[in-house]
Design a protein around this ligand. Structure first.
Ligand SMILES: Cc1cc2nc3c(=O)[nH]c(=O)nc-3n(C[C@H](O)[C@H](O)[C@H](O)COP(=O)(O)O)c2cc1C
Length: 329
């Protein structure tokens, strides 16, 4: 068992990464149904939340079946983050997560996200403000450091543990690396080996197969792994990893019928959640991923991303199922 404060997770839990414009309730529903043990909202801007901006407030919506779930906050102002910890707590998640990893300019160049890696005293004050403002466990997600010459996540881990965070997720890249190159988990493994560190350490970065998850578990000793991009269009990855870790065997890959069914669940929830126009529009980014690897799929993709009615998309999904069931037999 892995404990985050009072939250109990199974051994070697699999976490769904917070992903802006991806890990909304419809996407989380298909990941939960396919084995995600702990999930996070998309990151919520503390500036937006304090202004009651609709986009930020909507991200606080969570459902009972999603538990355990964390709301992730980011911001640059210590007091505002404390206040937002209070606001987010009222939405009744299981934990509050702080984002000290976002590398994008609009966030990191405004003193939030990964920018805090350049100002550890402020990061400590901010974390303290968030911890003090909630009775819930607080977790942190960060990177190795700002750049190659300042990989300070070891110090971050010790100091934030002392402030009272209950788990730390580390993405094995620096801010400067953005998403380029391969994630380096060596430092994550070293933090796990530090006898001072008692809280769970979750590794993140480039886990895209059951083999890799098991290899990194064994090599770096992490308490669990967080999965982001590999779950997009392939939420089965959670159960695939669990099965492989337990038995050493692979689950059979999802059939075309499975892909159509899960894509349709995702679509239906999107439309219930956002309405037909926005729901259809936002699903467009997912189709290519659900049907990756199907031969000659491009014409279907083009039709899916231009169709502007639910019944039209649904009919195309039926057609895909029929075509590929026949072709792939
Ligand atoms: C589209 C997208 C949106 C993301 N949004 C967030 C976010 O809101 N908060 C966060 O902490 N990380 C965010 N990330 C980073 C992921 O949580 C994760 O750290 C990163 O993708 C590396 O993991 P992976 O290799 O498994 O994808 C985002 C990544 C992607 C691809």
């Amino acid at each position: 068992m892995v404990n985050i404060g009072t939250i109990q997770l199974p051994d070697f839990p699999l976490l769904l990464a917070p992903m802006e414009d991806v890990s909304d309730p419809p996407f989380r529903a298909v990941c939960k149904a396919n084995g995600a043990d702990l999930m996070y909202t998309e990151f919520v801007s503390s500036e937006g939340l304090i202004r009651d901006a609709a986009k930020s407030v909507q991200k606080l919506d969570i459902f009972e079946y999603e538990r355990p779930i964390g709301i992730q906050l980011f911001g640059s102002d210590v007091e505002t983050m404390g206040e937002c910890s209070r606001i987010a707590t009222r939405a009744n998640p299981d934990l509050i997560d702080i984002n000290y990893g976002c590398p994008v300019k609009q966030v990191a160049c405004r003193g939030a996200g990964a920018a805090l890696l350049q100002d550890i005293p402020k990061m400590v004050r901010m974390t303290e403000a968030v911890v003090k403002a909630t009775h819930l466990p607080v977790t942190v997600k960060t990177r190795l450091g700002w750049d190659e010459s300042t990989k300070n996540v070891g110090e971050v881990a010790e100091r934030l543990q002392d402030i009272g965070i209950k788990a730390l997720t580390i993405h094995g890249r620096t801010r400067v690396q953005m998403y380029k190159g391969e994630a380096d988990w060596t430092l994550i493994g070293r933090i796990k080996d530090n006898p001072r560190i008692q809280i769970p350490i979750f590794g993140n970065g480039d886990i895209d197969s059951p083999e890799k998850a098991l290899e990194y578990k064994n090599r770096y000793g992490v308490d669990g792994v967080m999965i982001g991009r590999a779950s997009i269009g392939h939420p089965w990855i959670f159960n695939e990893i669990k099965h492989f870790v337990k038995t050493g065997q692979h689950l059979s890959p999802p059939t075309v019928a499975d892909r159509v069914a899960v894509c349709r669940q995702h679509l239906d929830f999107s439309i219930r959640w956002k309405g037909e126009v926005v729901g259809l529009f936002e699903m467009r980014r997912h189709y290519a991923n659900y049907f990756k690897g199907l031969p000659d799929f491009k014409p279907y993709r083009m039709r899916l991303v231009t169709m502007d009615s639910y019944s039209g998309v649904s009919a195309i999904l039926d057609e895909i199922q029929e075509t590929y069931l026949v072709e792939l037999v």
